[in-house]
Design a protein around this ligand. Structure first.
Ligand SMILES: Nc1ncnc2c1ncn2[C@@H]1O[C@H](COP(=O)(O)OP(=O)(O)OP(=O)(O)O)[C@@H](O)[C@H]1O
Ligand SMILES: [Mg+2]
Length: 255
């Protein structure tokens, strides 16, 4: 069944990105249905993060187009794409080492308001964001670390904080790059439940190497390999696909 244009939250057509002659994303067509939870998987170096960078405006495509709810956003700046309701988290942490988790979330909450562009932020102004910041920290399991410098957090805790920062923006379309990487089983389970909750009324696209996470969350899975779409379908369809099995076994044999 082909989704109609209102049902499509995000679409890439012929999307390509070259880095000095190396094609990291190669003619990718991707359709993300509104309200869906769509996983992007594939071996290391397949182009998943690069695709996220293109979709969120952090990189400009070499070729191809991107639309958000039918509107062409190709070539727009990250803030402009964010304005269309698309927000993403980072695989490599974008946190300030010396800033505490609570301060990070307060800044993210403030950035949505008209105060966002003001450089000077008084204690008093920031304090109004504290209750919501604390709710978000609780959602991602970081309440007990609210006052610890972000640089001292474990990798999985930084992923959780990245997630809180995306949630603070309350986007209609959320791109999460490896939200569970570096987490222990308990935190992975909590993150799965959190993504299920936040996915209600939103569109989520996520990258994850953990197939339990992908199988628990995704209603659609796109497999990338060497920048190209190798397969797409439900989790069950994709995991049985011989080409996908070969791509992963190929990767495992190099490990
Ligand atoms: N800025 C860049 N300049 C040059 N090459 C790049 C750049 N960014 C990514 N690449 C290359 O593009 C390819 C795809 O990288 P990308 O980070 O998108 O992969 P990925 O699927 O996210 O991998 P992983 O699972 O390891 O996160 C890799 O070969 C990478 O080295
Ligand atoms: Mg990546």
């Amino acid at each position: 069944m082909t989704p109609s244009s209102q049902q499509i939250a995000l679409q890439a057509t012929g999307l390509t990105k070259d880095f000095r002659g190396f094609r990291a994303v190669d003619n990718v067509d991707l359709t993300v249905v509104a309200g869906g939870v769509h996983a992007l998987v594939g071996p290391n170096g397949a182009g998943k993060t690069t695709l996220f960078n293109l979709l969120s405006g952090f990189l400009t495509p070499t070729a191809g187009t991107i639309t958000v709810r039918g509107e062409d956003v190709t070539g727009l700046q990250p803030e402009q794409i964010a304005h269309k309701g698309v927000a993403r988290s980072f695989q490599i942490t974008s946190l300030f080492e010396n800033l505490k988790p609570r301060e990070h979330v307060e800044l993210a909450l403030q950035s949505r308001t008209s105060l966002g562009r003001r450089f000077w932020r008084s204690e008093k102004i920031m304090r109004q964001f504290r209750p919501r910041a604390d709710e978000l920290l609780a959602e991602v399991g970081l309440s007990h670390l609210a006052e610890k410098p972000a640089g001292e957090l474990a990798y999985g805790q930084k992923r959780a904080l990245e997630m809180a920062l995306v949630l603070a923006l309350d986007p209609a379309i959320m791109l999460l790059d490896e939200p569970t990487a570096g987490m222990g089983i308990e935190d992975v389970t909590r993150t799965i439940e959190l993504v299920k909750r936040i996915a209600v009324g939103r569109t989520v696209v996520f990258v994850d190497h953990n197939m339990h996470v992908v199988g628990s969350l995704a209603d659609r899975v796109t497999v990338l390999q060497q920048g190209k779409v190798l397969a797409e379908g439900s989790y069950e369809e994709v995991r049985r696909d011989p080409r996908v099995i070969t791509a992963y076994l190929g990767e495992a044999s190099h490990a």
